[in-house]
Write a protein that binds this ligand. Sequence first.
Ligand code: NAP
Length: 340
Amino acid sequence: MKKAVVIGASGQIGRPTVEALAGDGWEVTAASRGGGRDRAWGDGVRTVRLDRSDHAALASVVGDGCDLLVDMIAYDTAHARQLTSLAGRVGSAVVISTVSVYDDGKGRNFDTLHEPDGFPAYPVPVPESRPTVAPGEGSYSARKVALEHELLAADGKLPVTVLRPGAVHGPYSPLPRELYFVKRNLDGRRRRVLSYQGESRFHPSSARNIAELVRLAAARPGTRVLNACDGEAPTVAEIGAAVDAVMGAETETALLDGPPDGSVGRTPWSVPLPVVFDMSAAERELGYRPVVSYAESLPETVDWLTDTLCGRDWRECFPLLAQAYPDLFDYAAEDARLAA
Ligand SMILES: NC(=O)c1ccc[n+]([C@@H]2O[C@H](COP(=O)([O-])OP(=O)(O)OC[C@H]3O[C@@H](n4cnc5c(N)ncnc54)[C@H](OP(=O)(O)O)[C@@H]3O)[C@@H](O)[C@H]2O)c1
């Protein structure tokens, strides 16, 4: 059996990735600091506790060698060097980057989102050949670009597939954007407000589809960069309707023509211009076909969010989401606007 080591295995992308690789006949070692295990994993999956900042510990998990190293949580040049230093003992690697590396060619990107006229005007869809921000240490996006450059420079020593997901969704998400609609429905709110006429599109990436891309890349080692998104990029209004369908909720939506009014109408997908990525390279190079549509992926996410929330304060359950979007549930402001 071919051996795979997955770093960050117990997270939202790691869980379905381990499941997909094991299902494809890989002997998987699932590594994370807590050594967590998913119920869907069979007995053949070995879990290990690993802090990837301890290079000797990572080298020892790789041991005499493995055919595949998958890294969910690589963020910078140091992480890239850690992986490429294992070339010779590792057959190939798949590393998760992000679509936030893209620049629109006019200096606008995810780092300038909130500046006046800073929202990137990307082509629809964005292919991998489009420019990125400069590599550096100054931001998440710049560090991810530096990571990508360092990995791609190892071509010849270590084949690496770099995957760039969009808005990742699925159970165990530390940043579950879907909570915006799920919590409103759980709270019995039947009216809501969407900015930009509900037409915003910010391309989602089901963790199951990213896992499928890892599985395909693992079977065809190579050095490449690929977008890693769902087969469709629904509008925010369509996302809300899909959540309602899963939860059996009937809602009405008030539409704002333009941007959010303070917190009102601001969802995690509410963008003034479309942010949609081209998946044709993944289709061509790996034969990628999404294993789930956005709507098909939702029931397990909605169930997990409902169970996790279970009457608790959403900020305690999802601190990262609360940090990124502190006023996601400002019902008083929403009611005032609806009344007006
Ligand atoms: N969320 C998005 O919308 C989005 C969009 C684009 C790209 N991405 C990319 O997706 C990746 C994150 O994946 P995810 O959402 O699956 O993350 P996640 O759900 O937060 O899971 C992180 C995993 O890594 C483990 N981990 C954390 N620190 C570790 C360490 N020092 N050593 C070993 N294991 C460690 C965690 O388990 P323990 O805590 O037990 O260690 C867990 O298994 C990142 O590369 C990010 O840039 C995310």
